[in-house]
Design a protein around this ligand. Structure first.
Ligand SMILES: [Fe+2]
Ligand SMILES: [Fe+2]
Length: 157
């Protein structure tokens, strides 16, 4: 079943960097899945919790990929910091809502899905697309998201 956020992805959002576009399509799929579960009645708490785990790994891994690429490509430090600050703010809000979902708040999953939609239509076309299309492909770490997420956790803590 295709969720309503699936339709949010369109090729005009593409950065032209295959690994980044692949990540972004996955985020659209995850957001759609959260909508589907949130719209279901009653919400399956086990499924909601699994989606949250996937979302968290996605966010940590993808944000790390983008931030490393910006540094590798020699983007100005203030640009890297300001992009990272947007990521950190989103991640912090998502983590709070994920904790609420795991405590059994179904409305928090809906909130997360809506927040994901806003990110897809806001950050991707207006922030990511401004930065990544101009960077050389060699700047991007192509390892899978979960591998990057594990490394990011080690670096950050
Ligand atoms: Fe992104
Ligand atoms: Fe980004």
């Amino acid at each position: 079943m295709i969720g309503k956020s699936q339709s949010i992805w369109n090729e005009s959002m593409a950065t032209g960097i295959p690994i980044i576009d692949e990540d972004h399509r996955l985020f659209c799929t995850l957001t759609a899945a959260m909508h589907d579960v949130a719209d279901g009645a009653p919400t399956n708490p086990h499924h909601a919790s699994e989606l949250c785990d996937m979302l968290l790994a996605y966010l940590i891994g993808h944000f790390y990929r983008e931030e490393m690429a910006m540094t590798a490509a020699g983007q100005p430090f203030y640009e890297v910091c300001s992009h990272k600050a947007r990521h950190d703010e989103f991640l912090e809000k998502a983590e709070r809502k994920i904790a609420a979902v795991k405590l059994g708040s179904p409305s928090s999953l809906d909130w997360l899905a809506n927040m994901g939609e806003r990110w897809i239509t806001g950050h991707i076309p207006f922030c990511d697309k401004k930065v990544f299309p101009h960077m050389p492909l060699r700047s991007f770490d192509l390892r899978p998201l979960h591998v990057l997420a594990i490394e990011a956790l080690k670096v950050r803590h």
